[in-house]
Design a protein around this ligand. Structure first.
Ligand SMILES: *Cc1c(COP(=O)(O)O)cnc(C)c1O
Length: 233
C-alpha cells in the first residue's frame, strides 16, 4: 500500500467516526481508533504511523513478540485483542500496553504472574460474549462483574473496562442492542467498582460496525480491513 492511499483510508475512517460521534452529540476526541495490523507487514505499520496512527492492535502472541520488537516507535499504544492461551502470555510483557481479552480467572492469574515477574503492571479489559454465539470467546454478561472484581484485586492488573465482538449478523438492530447492552453493563460495573468514569474503556466496533459502536458509546474501536485492506490469511 502506498502512503497516500493509506492516508486516504485513514482520513475516511476519521471522517466516518466524526459523523457517527456528532450524530449522538459525542466528541470524536473521546473515541480512540485502534488500527488492527494483524497479518500485515511492519512496513504497513510504519506507513500507518507516518499517517498519524498511534494505536495498534494484534491478536496473536507470537506476532506481537516479533512485530513489536521490530516496530517500536515512541508514543504508540500496543493493544492485544486476540484470544490468549496461558502458555503464550510469556510473549507479552514489555510488548503490549493493554490486553482486551481476559476471559477467565486462570488467564487473569497468568497475566498477573508473568507481568509481575517483569516488574510490570498491565491494563486489562474483560471480554464479554454479549451475543451468546457459541463461536465467540468471552464470559457471559452475568459473569463480567465477578471477573472484573477478580482482576481489580490482582496486584499487577489494572482493570479498565469491557471488550466485545459484535454479533455476526447484518441486522443493525441486533448489533445496536448488543452494543447498548455492553454500554450499560460497563457503566454499571465501573460504578459498582468505584472506577473513575473518565478512565473507563469500552472496546467495541470493527470495520463493519464501528459507527453503531460509536453511537452506542464505544471508547475504543478496532478497525482492521477498512484501514489496512483485506487480509490474505
Ligand atoms: C481482526 C479483529 C478486528 C478487526 O476486524 P476488521 O473486521 O478487519 O476490522 C477487531 N477485533 C478483533 C478482536 C479482531 O480479531
Amino acid at each position: 500500500m502506498s502512503t497516500s492511499s493509506f492516508s486516504q483510508r485513514l482520513d475516511q475512517i476519521l471522517k466516518r467516526m466524526a459523523v457517527a460521534a456528532a450524530s449522538v452529540g459525542r466528541s470524536v476526541d473521546d473515541v480512540t481508533l485502534i488500527g488492527v495490523s494483524k497479518r500485515k507487514p511492519i512496513e504497513d505499520m510504519q506507513l500507518a504511523y507516518s499517517a498519524g496512527l498511534r494505536h495498534f492492535g494484534e491478536n496473536r502472541a507470537q506476532e506481537v513478540r516479533d512485530k513489536f520488537a521490530a516496530f517500536s516507535p515512541e508514543n504508540i499504544t500496543r493493544h492485544f485483542i486476540g484470544h490468549l492461551q496461558s502458555n503464550k502470555v510469556k510473549y507479552l510483557p514489555g510488548r503490549v500496553d493493554i490486553i482486551h481479552t481476559v476471559d477467565s480467572t486462570n488467564i487473569a492469574d497468568q497475566i498477573d504472574q508473568k507481568f509481575g515477574e517483569h516488574g510490570l503492571r498491565i491494563a486489562v479489559l474483560v471480554e464479554v460474549n454479549i451475543s451468546g454465539e457459541s463461536s465467540k470467546e468471552g464470559v457471559g454478561p452475568e459473569q463480567a462483574f465477578s471477573l472484573a472484581s477478580y482482576c481489580l484485586e490482582k496486584p499487577n492488573l489494572e482493570f479498565k473496562g469491557l471488550m466485545t465482538i459484535g454479533p455476526l449478523t447484518d441486522d443493525q438492530t441486533i448489533i445496536r442492542q448488543s452494543f447498548r447492552h455492553m454500554r450499560l453493563l460497563n457503566d454499571d460495573i465501573g460504578q459498582q467498582l468505584g472506577l473513575d468514569k473518565a478512565g473507563l474503556i469500552l472496546s467495541m466496533g470493527m470495520s463493519g460496525d464501528f459507527e453503531i459502536a460509536i453511537e452506542e458509546g464505544a471508547s475504543h474501536i478496532r478497525v482492521g480491513t477498512a484501514l489496512f485492506g483485506e487480509r490474505e490469511y
